[in-house]
Design a protein around this ligand. Structure first.
Ligand SMILES: Nc1nc2c(ncn2[C@@H]2O[C@H](COP(=O)(O)OP(=O)(O)OP(=O)(O)O)[C@@H](O)[C@H]2O)c(=O)[nH]1
Ligand SMILES: [Mg+2]
Length: 688
């Protein structure tokens, strides 16, 4: 248990800690000279049960409230010190407000210097104290009387603290590790040491951690927990960590930094929160400037109102805090706001959402989502989030922002029956109900589309996405379709989505003509195949018939219409895309049409048409005379070697496709299926 002092300057906080523990926490020369505490002091006291009580002694002077806040962020139990001669003073009230805003509910009021006050005075003070605590979480705290001069009441208070430590609820060790740094220094022969309270989780010698928000990596070489050498430090303990690593020295880590599990490092400067304004404070209006205190950190921050009205004195409201610099925080953490001249405490509350949007922050949907995010219990929060727009949860961010153990949420998702969708580095989750709606939407849109367009291979993925509710972001939608494809609810052909049952076949007559014309556009002349009219002339088949056949063939992915009436085999297009990619790989600024023409050994006009075809599909990006490859669209003409589909099943034939190394010709050996099993959406529809 970490015990913190609170109370007005000179009321006897430091003297009390010394009387309890024997440790004088006022160590600074200036503290000695001025007779007041300036910075935090730390002391430890062994308990009879073998444990150790930690003490954080804070300064009472109004100038050093920022130091008091840095210490109060990590305490479990407060000793609210009131001098019997002085009674309730301004910083008594301010410290009470701060401790209340930080959510500390346990403690005792210690009436000190009773040697200086008559018994009647003490009794009168008790009423004043009760009055000062009214309306806070500290209401009704016991008042104990002590004198550090006579020693009266000290032993009883110490015994009380031992007893309190036994019934203290431990902080969650199951969460991931966070330690709020309040000191960083260098010890000869040891190196860089940082100290602070472990806010959650545990750390062990040898662990790799990060310093946030800077992001510097470090290894934990040794640990002192509650002032004793230890292999592990746990939530609720004050720890000193000896850190090593590139870039780690005492100047690289500061008070306010958080040493944490590397996976939790995600600094933020825009946070949605609940804010409770102190009754004594004036109304808070839009873009109100403040000083934010969180754990041991502080930063300038503006308050953005999420409701229509300014926040009235004593009221609580949702706000967005826009910070001057990023901090390392967790959802659910408490914070305190002070005025910018550091004279008054304004209010405080809890962080709800660590990565708040800068736009559309007040829409009804957003506010509903905030309600869900504000739920403390992770199970309930996940369920609530799945039930409001956008109807999915980024599980990885959810887990990280609450510092939950990764496996905890995995179990949770299973327990709650959520559908999990794997994205590149993250997992998303949605409810079974949403998944069912999405799936039904996909199937019904595809069914309708196939009925209306029996000759078309399917719907473009993007077009389908825009027709559906809930509308998922493109990468998530693509991943969701992959999930559906795995269980064969849909089939994916390149950028096209279709029902597995849907297929386009050439009729026997069409197939016969196709066999005749196919070889004309393959082989040596594949980069400059004859056009529709030429083929009609060569074969004696009517021009309209040839054109119709090619249109059909393009829909089922055998050919692409590179220019009007000019069809290339799909495999040839893939080959040309490879050639362009190889050229681009050797020319970082881009390649010219002439260089491309030389590789194809083509005429200038057809070369330009091919490149313009790639431009239209955004496979190439043109700037002036140079072109680069757009790696995000490259998949459109890539032959996925691993997808060797059963071509006969869909009425598609195998074709000469290789992964050509155009310089050596190696890799042009025929393989089955491949790119030809993939169709490209019609140009007009494929633009995203
Ligand atoms: N008579 C009497 N004097 C006390 C008692 N406790 C503290 N004092 C005196 O009060 C003065 C202030 O005590 P501190 O413990 O430094 O007060 P503090 O609350 O730590 O002050 P800051 O840290 O500056 O806010 C010192 O001169 C102490 O000797 C007490 O029980 N009786
Ligand atoms: Mg002091």
């Amino acid at each position: 248990m970490i015990i913190g002092t609170a109370g007005h300057v000179d009321h006897g906080k430091t003297a009390l800690v010394r009387a309890l523990t024997g440790v004088d926490t006022d160590r600074l020369k200036e503290e000695k000279a001025r007779g007041i505490s300036i910075d935090l002091g730390f002391a430890y006291m062994p308990a009879p049960d073998g444990g150790v009580l930690g003490f954080v002694d804070v300064p009472g002077h109004e100038k050093f409230i920022h130091n008091m806040l840095a210490g109060a962020g990590g305490i479990d139990f407060v000793l609210l010190v009131v001098a019997a001669d002085d009674g309730i003073m301004p910083q008594t009230r301010e410290h009470v407000a701060i401790v209340d805003l930080l959510g500390v509910e346990r403690g005792v009021v210690v009436l000190t210097k009773i040697d200086l006050a008559a018994v009647e005075r003490r009794e009168a003070l008790k009423a004043e104290i009760a009055d000062a605590l009214a309306g806070t979480a500290l209401v009704g705290l016991d008042v104990v009387s002590v004198s550090t001069v006579s020693g009266e009441g000290i032993d009883a208070l110490r015994a009380r603290l031992f007893a309190e430590a036994l019934v203290a609820t431990p902080r969650p060790v199951s969460k991931r590790f966070r330690l709020a740094v309040d000191r960083s220094f260098s010890l000869t022969g040891v190196g860089t040491v940082v100290t602070g309270t472990v806010l959650s989780g545990a750390v062990a010698v040898g662990d790799h951690v990060k310093v946030s928000p800077s992001g510097i990596s470090a290894r934990v070489r040794s640990i002192h927990a509650q002032n004793r050498p230890a292999e592990r430090g746990e939530a609720g303990e004050r720890c000193a960590l000896n850190l090593t690593g590139d870039g780690i020295d005492k100047n690289a880590v500061h008070r306010g930094d958080v040493v944490l599990d590397a996976g939790l490092h995600a600094p933020t400067d825009r946070i949605d929160a609940t804010l409770r304004l102190l009754p004594s404070e004036p109304t808070v209006t839009q873009w109100f400037p403040t000083r934010l205190h969180h754990a041991a950190a502080e930063a300038g921050a503006r308050v953005v109102l999420l409701a229509d009205r300014p926040i009235a004195p004593g009221a609580e409201a949702r706000v967005q805090l826009v910070l001057e610099r990023p901090i390392a925080a967790a959802a659910g953490d408490r914070f305190v706001l002070r005025d910018t001249s550091a004279q008054r405490t304004i209010g405080g509350g809890r962080f709800i959402n660590l990565h708040a949007p800068a736009r559309k922050r007040r829409t009804l949907e957003r506010l509903k989502q905030l309600d869900a995010l504000a739920t403390t219990d992770p199970n309930e929060a996940l369920i609530a989030l799945c039930e409001c727009a956008p109807y999915y949860v980024d599980l990885t961010a959810f887990t990280r922002d609450r510092a939950l153990a990764t496996d905890h949420v995995e179990h949770l998702a299973v327990e709650l029956g959520l559908v999990r969708i794997a994205l590149q580095n993250t997992f998303a989750a949605m409810s079974q109900a949403t998944w069912a709606v999405l799936k039904a939407g996909v199937v019904s849109k595809l069914t309708a589309f196939h009925a209306d367009n029996p000759d078309l291979p399917g719907v473009g993925m993007e077009r389908l996405r825009l027709q559906l509710q809930p509308r998922l972001p493109a990468p998530l939608f693509a991943a969701a379709l992959q999930n559906l494809a795995q269980v064969k609810d849909v089939a994916l052909d390149g950028a096209w989505v279709r029902l597995p049952s849907h297929e386009i076949r050439l009729t026997a007559a069409e197939e016969a003509i196709w066999q005749k014309v196919r070889h004309l556009i393959a082989g040596e002349e594949r980069f400059r195949p004859p056009r529709v009219r030429d083929i009609a002339g060569l074969t004696g088949i009517g021009e309209a018939k040839v054109r119709h056949l090619f249109k059909l063939a393009s829909r089922i992915g055998k050919v692409d219409e590179v220019a009007r009436d000019h069809f290339f085999l799909r495999s040839t297009v893939a080959e040309m895309a490879d050639i362009a990619a190889d050229l681009a790989a050797e020319a970082p600024n881009g390649f010219t049409a002439a260089e491309f023409r030389d590789q194809l050994d083509n005429g200038r006009k057809v070369t330009i048409q091919i490149l313009e075809f790639f431009d239209r599909h955004s496979v190439t990006l043109r700037r002036g005379d140079l072109r680069r490859i757009n790696k995000h669209r490259r998949y459109l003409f890539r032959r996925p070697d691993e997808e060797l589909s059963d071509t006969s099943e869909h009425g598609r034939e195998s074709s000469l496709v290789g992964r050509p190394d155009f310089k050596s010709g190696k890799g042009r050996e025929p393989v089955f299926g491949g790119f030809d099993s993939h169709s490209l959406p019609p140009i007009s529809r494929s633009k995203r």
